[in-house]
Design a protein around this ligand. Sequence first.
Ligand SMILES: Cc1cc2nc3c(=O)[nH]c(=O)nc-3n(C[C@H](O)[C@H](O)[C@H](O)COP(=O)(O)OP(=O)(O)OC[C@H]3O[C@@H](n4cnc5c(N)ncnc54)[C@H](O)[C@@H]3O)c2cc1C
Length: 414
Amino acid sequence: MVRTDAIVLGAGIVGTSVALHLAKRGLAVALVDRRGPGEETSYGNAGIIEGNSIFPPVFPHNLEVLVRIALKRAPEANYHIAFLPRVARWLADFYAWSAPDRILETARLMRPLFARAVAEHEALMAEADATRYLRKNGWLKLYRSEASFAATETEREVAASYGLPVRVLDVDAVRALEPSLAPVFRGAAYWEGAASVSDPLAVTRAYADRFTVLGGVVLAGDARTLHRSDGRWRVEADEGSIEADAVVVALGPWSPDVLAPLGIKVPLGIKRGYHRHYNAKGNAALSRPVIDTEIGYALTPMEQGIRLTTGAEFADRDAPPTPVQFDRLMPRAKELFPLGEPNEAEPWLGRRPNMPDSLPVLGRAPGQDGLWLAFGHGHWGLTMAAVTGRLIAELMTGATPFADPAPYRAERFG
Ligand SMILES: Cc1cc2nc3c(=O)[nH]c(=O)nc-3n(C[C@H](O)[C@H](O)[C@H](O)COP(=O)(O)OP(=O)(O)OC[C@H]3O[C@@H](n4cnc5c(N)ncnc54)[C@H](O)[C@@H]3O)c2cc1C
């Protein structure tokens, strides 16, 4: 039996950042995962630290887009029809939270976390010797039509009201930054304040290594063994039992597996997403992430090649992969950038853990002493991991939190 101050369940980028922040504050911490740090959702994202994000990806209100998705012709989204009745309630809530006034409110509530997202990662990367993976050169949102550019005007106006730098670029200005992009678009918004990483897995591993240098232990084990024993929390790791007064659930899309048996219900939805790495043809290159807005995919230069990441797929978390979006979008992606052959046999499948209001769940668990929650980061888990680590560690150690945690409480869902 090992006794620690805290157990963190889940060694994705979120749990690892929480564990690191706790270790920095002198706590003895065990980080438990059934896999190695960063090998699930946190492995495969587009690598963008979106400190400048304003609006969450919303339920489409445009009829043409909805019809395209319904007919399974949309490159940006897919669904498994048999799954839809099971998520009807979540989709209805997501639709409600996608209303213009509500996403303005979401943008306001997210701002304290986003405002520090890049700086907090930069600080962790500096101490974890991972700065070589960080690029502070923003990202580009490309628009293929005047109409789609105009439709996102509010986003830029709200950004300006928050003092966030965004530059509108014409085709020549974009190609001055990224000469390998073909002029199949009409213009772009250049979000200069964003950063990105060239290897999300390596960043999580670097944070985990730093955590162990500070005395933390990374253990293999099944989080579903979590239970109460003589007033403390206990987890059965492969190497034996661990006990602590405090435990943090940071299991991303698997968080309900541990919370449901404890009677804690959270409306966590899953937006699946895929990636695949491609070699660039000739000496073509990218130096920052690029999103092809209407088509709904991103291209990010990674250590493994050009990583193409897809939009959302609504399907059971554990259903086999159905990467049909690649067939729909590859012709459009290849006309934008000279993608060569994929350099791996199959696309990777990940699962974004999404709350219907697009805010994460952070803070104490209702009705369970010593249980803390840090999940539901959706499209922004890499972005918000370092700030989540700070906030949860501040709350757990009784320090003054850098942001008001009230908007992120699990109780907001009743
Ligand atoms: C295609 C795609 C693109 C994305 N792009 C971006 C982006 O550009 N920027 C951004 O900020 N975010 C992006 N995201 C979102 C981001 O990747 C996620 O929000 C983030 O990785 C979630 O991290 P996490 O630590 O909560 O979950 P995870 O990384 O999934 O970690 C959860 C951990 O729990 C462990 N676990 C699960 N069950 C058990 C169990 N029973 N016992 C023990 N361990 C268990 C898993 O092994 C895993 O390591 C993207 C996501 C996808 C899918």
